[in-house]
Ligand binder design. Structure first.
Ligand SMILES: [Zn+2]
Length: 171
């Protein structure tokens, strides 16, 4: 089992706005390791630190195909600096909302600036699945979930379902 458990809807922490990382300490490095462990175990292609209960602006992503070598990527304090007018729709899911999927429309390309684990600044142009994934994860850092991009009806329905399930587990 992964050292840190992935928190699930309706856990209120999912709505927190995560704080920027001021310094890349040993704790941040450990957090990143734990995030990859939890993400690969799930398995998922992206994770924000708050999903393991840490409200820090840290994102891990690996969108390598199943049979390709792993491609772990870390984004510290990621920020979207440009978004394309062109939009694209992907069916999204979320490790914090297991087994629920929905079509979300987002900019097809985004330019993202971020720091790596050495504190070095980078800028990357993301498109395709990578663009959708990084926007989904940056949303998490702002307390936003992909279900917020769905209709209110669909969102209310899934929140209700997960709230009921959480109550059942607590009983
Ligand atoms: Zn998610």
């Amino acid at each position: 089992m992964a050292k840190r458990e992935i928190i699930i809807l309706p856990d209120k922490r999912l709505r927190l706005v995560s704080a920027p990382v001021k310094k890349i300490t040993a704790d941040i490095r450990t957090l990143v390791e734990d995030m990859f462990e939890a993400m690969y175990e799930a398995p998922g292609i992206g994770l924000a630190a708050i999903q393991v209960g840490a409200p820090a602006r840290v994102v891990t992503i690996d969108i390598a195909k199943k049979d390709d070598p792993k491609n772990p990527q870390v984004f510290i304090n990621p920020e979207i600096v440009e978004s394309s007018d062109e939009k694209v729709t992907y069916e999204e899911g979320c490790l914090s909302i297991p087994e629920f999927y929905g079509d979300v429309e987002r900019p097809a390309q985004v330019k993202v600036k971020y720091l790596d684990l050495d504190g070095k600044k980078h800028e990357v142009e993301a498109n395709g699945l990578f663009a959708t994934c990084i926007q989904h994860e940056i949303d998490h850092l702002n307390g936003v979930l992909f279900i917020d991009h769905l209709s209110k009806l669909k969102r209310d329905r899934v929140i209700k379902k997960f709230t009921k399930a959480a109550k059942r587990t607590a009983e």
